[in-house]
Write a protein that binds this ligand. Structure first.
Ligand code: NG1
Ligand code: ZN
Length: 531
């Protein structure tokens, strides 16, 4: 059993405020000054998780992603670099809400018993954090939590979220046939840069990419990455002021650009430019450009998924191994035109799953090659073990096939298969645009987005909204879905759904239709039903 005196001494340093906490799709996330006790207790949980998994390394990332600078959060990463197993989210929530040390100890003991955790096993945890000023103190709170169970920890300091996922996987696969790379930021840079150089070898370099780093961790880390990439790419970084914490994500970054459908501050764009924005922890990316008439054009996660799927399908064909089946995973927020394009033009299977990366990732693993992206720009591509085996054992019967096979291998290395990764996704997009010598405008021609609108509605109690069918239909409150259906029917290409947010105290209403004005009208009328 655990040393209660030790726990009490450590816990006294991290008193719990009266708030109630929930480990949601983005882990715990809130104003940083509320997080101390939550993060201390998440440290205890991470140690338990590692012990349960026989000492495998668990990752901890301290970040609040695209949220304002005053927020922070914590997410745990499982051994292969995936999100913490779903069933453990409830344990995280329960620990964070224990009202006393006694309750805390009781809950830990109940976990030890019900999950058969052997406390004598070792525990290993690694940490990373973004550039938020509150990060360092929160790392210390987490380490105090680890001390409750004598867990060993390594603090990697400032990292992007996907780098922490990558390192976690590297540590747990070292020395096995699934070895993923050197467990360091440098190892990550080397792996991605070498694969990228293979992919663009002999092709004409594109014009410089203008990259908005949201004044977050992506800025120093991409700067650190550039020497590894050498002259294979040219990138002009803007919004890299991490010393001025208040500027983090302020009027910049992937979320700002996607939500506002406009360029960030600090980025001057002409119709010749190709631009991209990271979010505050560099796990999301969106691209954009300006049309000749000055119109802002967004290339979001759906567009990236379409581009990637198109490219991979062509590549497996060119490699002569089209036994490898490509599939795409989206959420209900994917633009209807993107789903049409994937199904009818590319002829790929498309699945729709509930919001949240873990759902997308899990579904993507069902395909030989699974491409998944949220519309907001979070996503990646996963290769099944059998697809990788095929790719690595294929020889090809012509020089063209051999090149395609080489490129497929490099593609599986340039892509961060643990989680959506803005750096890796950037290199994926740049690879495809370079290979095709495409401007963003040519990429954009694959299909035209239906006008869409996403609105937040503040309601008394969002828990009364219950959804089914990958969140596309409401079953409660009774009668509401029928009312929505009746309105949607009146709109050309109309589609609308309502779901409670998993990260904010709001209900989200999504609407799309044939024209801008019909879309706005539809969103307005559905919003009126919910309010
Ligand atoms: P919620 O608040 O549950 O809609 C938001 C995003 C998700 C995902 C999570 C986690 C939208 C509409 N929702 O979820 O896609 O990124 O945050 O960060 O963009
Ligand atoms: Zn993020």
């Amino acid at each position: 059993s655990i040393n209660v005196e030790n726990l009490s001494a450590l816990s006294a340093k991290h008193p719990k405020p009266s708030n109630t906490f929930t480990y949601g799709t983005a882990g715990f996330r809130m104003k940083a000054d509320l997080l101390d006790s939550v993060i201390f207790r998440t440290g205890i949980l991470a140690a338990l998780r590692s012990k349960k998994l026989d000492g495998k390394v668990i990752g901890c990332m301290i970040t609040a992603s695209h949220n304002p600078a005053a927020d922070n959060g914590v997410k745990l990463v499982d051994p292969m670099g995936e999100m913490l197993e779903g069933s453990w989210e409830a344990h995280a929530t329960a620990l964070s809400n224990a009202q006393s040390d006694e309750q805390l100890v009781d809950y830990i003991h109940s976990m030890v018993n019900s999950l058969k955790i052997d406390l004598t096993k070792p525990a290993n945890v690694i940490l990373g954090r973004d550039t938020r000023p509150s990060g360092e103190a929160l790392v210390n709170a987490f380490v105090d939590g680890l001390k409750v169970l004598d867990a060993k920890s390594t603090d990697y300091g400032i990292l992007t979220t996907p780098q922490l996922h990558y390192i976690t996987r590297c540590l747990n696969t070292a020395g096995t046939p699934e070895a993923y790379g050197e467990p360091s930021a440098e190892g990550y840079y080397k792996k991605l840069a070498s694969a990228f150089k293979t992919l663009v070898d002999g092709k004409t370099k594109l014009s410089p990419l203008i990259l908005d780093c949201a004044n977050g961790v992506g800025a120093p880390k991409f700067q650190e990455f550039l020497p590894f990439l050498g002259d294979s790419i040219s990138v002009k970084i803007v919004n890299d002021d991490i010393d001025n914490a208040a500027k983090l994500n302020l009027n910049s970054g992937a979320d700002f650009v996607k939500t506002g459908q406009k360029a960030p501050v600090g980025l001057k764009m002409t119709s010749q430019d190709r631009c991209a924005s990271f979010d505050g922890d560099a796990d999301r990316i969106v691209y954009y450009y300006q049309d000749e008439d000055g119109t802002f054009k967004l290339l979001d996660g759906d567009k990236i998924a379409g581009l990637a799927a198109m490219f991979i399908i062509d590549l497996v064909k060119a490699a002569g191994i089209d036994s490898i089946k490509v599939g795409v995973v989206q959420t209900a927020y994917a633009n209807g035109a993107s789903t049409q394009y994937l199904r009818n033009t590319l002829n790929v299977p498309v699945s729709c799953v509930p919001t949240g990366v873990k759902h997308l990732h899990h579904e993507a693993l069902k395909y030989d090659v699974g491409v998944y992206f949220e519309a907001n720009g979070h996503g990646t591509v996963v290769f099944s073990p059998s697809a990788l085996k095929t790719i690595y054992s294929a020889e090809g019967s012509s020089p063209a096939q051999a090149v395609a096979i080489r490129n497929l291998r490099a593609l599986s290395e340039v892509i961060n298969q643990t989680v959506g990764d803005a750096f890796s996704d950037l290199l994926l997009v740049e690879t495809i645009l370079t290979q095709r010598q495409w401007t963003p405008k040519v990429w954009d021609q694959a299909y035209t987005d239906l006008p869409n609108r996403l609105v937040k509605v503040v309601v008394q109690d969002r828990s009364i909204f219950k959804t089914v069918d990958a969140e596309r239909k409401l079953v409660e409150p009774a009668g509401l879905q029928e009312a929505i259906d009746a309105i949607v029917l009146k709109f050309r290409d109309g589609r609308s759904f309502v779901r409670p947010s998993g990260t904010e105290d709001v209900v989200r209403v999504y609407a799309e239709a044939a024209t801008r004005s019909e879309t706005d009208e539809l969103a307005h009328r559905i919003g009126g039903l919910v309010y």
